[in-house]
Design a protein around this ligand. Structure first.
Ligand SMILES: *Cc1c(COP(=O)(O)O)cnc(C)c1O
Length: 439
């Protein structure tokens, strides 16, 4: 970790401890115990503003929706509402939490490839702003349910434009093998648009595409924009389709380790915006609103996990394992995606590394590893290990595997700490269990 480029409000204090939001993380670990997720709220606010201000500067009508699957809880929804964001939810549970948080329902967008009747009815009752319709079953069901409630709902069609974006490259495919959305190239999307326009209780306002995640460059987005706008002009001419909203999804990359060099958000956004302006002008399509749906890039590097180090195992001439008091139960990404992280000892940040440790979780899986080959100073007793950039898809994918209680989540800002999610207890972990009947 390049300690001169720490994200957000992170600093190193005179005791050589890592601080976040003006608070010593060693004190946080002591106060709230470990594992502990610590969120740098000022950094999240800064990221939200970066997105919104870039649109404002370029004078584009826009919505920036926080893709809340990255990290969802009451307090983060309230923070996003404060920042004037819109919100993506993908399930009844996320929707319920957002409503409980007082999130303005007209700014909620409902995603998902298998929305149930119950979920759709709930969303209709809450009068959410928009449904992102994924498939024909949903289109028909939504129209039917909206008709029963005598409402007309705004929809976008989720389309797969045949662009697959990865961190450093993108692939253009004629047809996309994905469980999500209507295929743009084989005529499905067109069929869906024609049907939607004919339906009485849905109002088709535009198209949505989400091409991937942890994307560092703009090429994939530009390619998707070209494909979507070319179809738009065809459809406009043949059946009167009007694109009021172009939703380009999320996927903006963040820095997990030194190797990651994502484009800055304003830079990436500018090339996206410029391409939409260029293409619409060229084709004679009216300039639509642009919607984006960042998840990881809003909360990812604002999150840090603090663990306490525990046992060690030396495999002579191979490696040294250093275990921590969490693992795949609070961060499954290394096991699931081979995701890379880095970290430091929060209580000895700048001390010269003399050892190389592979950081193991405490779950009963050989794959439960958090970081391979991390240079650290020699660890002899319990230390606090800070793992960086764990704010997205960490807590939200946490589980009770091995009946490990899920960690606490604390928000820090301006030297104040706020417990956003309390640590689970063994009682919490057991609370759904029903004892086996005895004779
Ligand atoms: C997951 C997802 C996002 C957010 O992706 P990030 O990589 O976290 O920015 C946005 N839109 C849709 C439809 C998604 O599925």
């Amino acid at each position: 970790m390049n300690l001169t480029k720490l994200p957000g409000t992170m600093t190193i204090n005179t005791e050589d401890h890592l601080t976040i939001g003006g608070i010593d993380t060693v004190l946080l670990a002591d106060k709230y115990q470990t594992p502990l997720f610590v969120y740098d709220i000022a950094l999240i606010r800064e990221r939200c503003r970066e997105f919104k201000e870039t649109f404002e500067r370029k004078q584009i009508n826009a919505q920036v929706a926080y893709a809340s699957k990255a990290f969802s809880c009451l307090a983060i929804y309230q923070l996003m509402a404060q920042e004037g964001m819109s919100l993506d939810v993908v399930s009844g549970g996320e929707l319920y939490t957002a409503i409980q948080a007082g999130f303005p329902s007209e700014k909620i967008h409902f995603h998902g490839n298998n929305k149930t009747m119950t979920e759709i009815n709930a969303a209709l009752d809450y009068q959410i702003g928009c449904f992102v319709v994924d498939n024909f079953n949903e289109l028909n069901l939504l129209n039917q349910l909206a008709s029963k409630k005598e409402v007309i709902v705004k929809i976008l069609l989720r389309v797969t434009p045949g662009v697959e974006a990865h961190t450093h490259n993108y692939i253009s495919t004629g047809q996309e093998d994905s469980k999500f959305g209507f295929d743009l190239m084989n005529g499905q999307a067109e069929q869906a648009a024609i049907q939607a326009i004919e339906m009485s209780n849905v109002d088709l306002i535009g198209l949505h595409s989400h091409i991937g995640s942890q994307i560092f460059e703009s090429d994939g987005f530009l390619m998707a924009i070209d494909k979507l706008l070319s179809k738009t002009i065809d459809w406009q001419n043949t059946f009167g389709f009007k694109l009021s909203v172009l939703n380009l999804g999320g996927g903006f990359g963040i820095r997990y380790t030194e190797e990651d060099q994502p484009l800055a958000i304003p830079e990436l956004m500018e090339s996206i915006i410029d391409e939409v302006i260029l293409k619409t002008t060229e084709l004679g399509v009216e300039m639509p609103e642009i919607w984006l749906e960042p998840g990881r890039s809003l909360v990812g590097d604002a999150g840090t996990t603090l663990y306490e180090t525990g046992s060690q195992k030396e495999v002579p001439n191979v490696r040294n394992y250093l275990a921590v008091d969490g693992g795949m139960s609070d961060n499954i990404r290394p096991a699931l995606y081979d995701a890379k992280y880095t970290g430091v000892l929060a209580n000895r940040v700048t001390e010269q590394p003399t050892e190389t440790y592979s950081i193991a979780g405490k779950c009963c899986e050989s794959g439960d590893m958090l970081i391979w080959d991390l240079p650290l100073p020699k660890v002899q007793e319990a230390n606090i290990l800070a793992v960086f950039s764990t704010g997205a898809y960490g807590y939200s994918m946490a589980s009770n595997y091995n009946r490990i209680p899920r960690p606490a989540v604390v928000f820090v800002e301006n030297s104040t700490d706020f417990l956003a999610i309390r640590r689970e207890t063994y009682v919490d972990v057991m609370q759904l269990d029903i004892p086996f009947p005895t004779e």
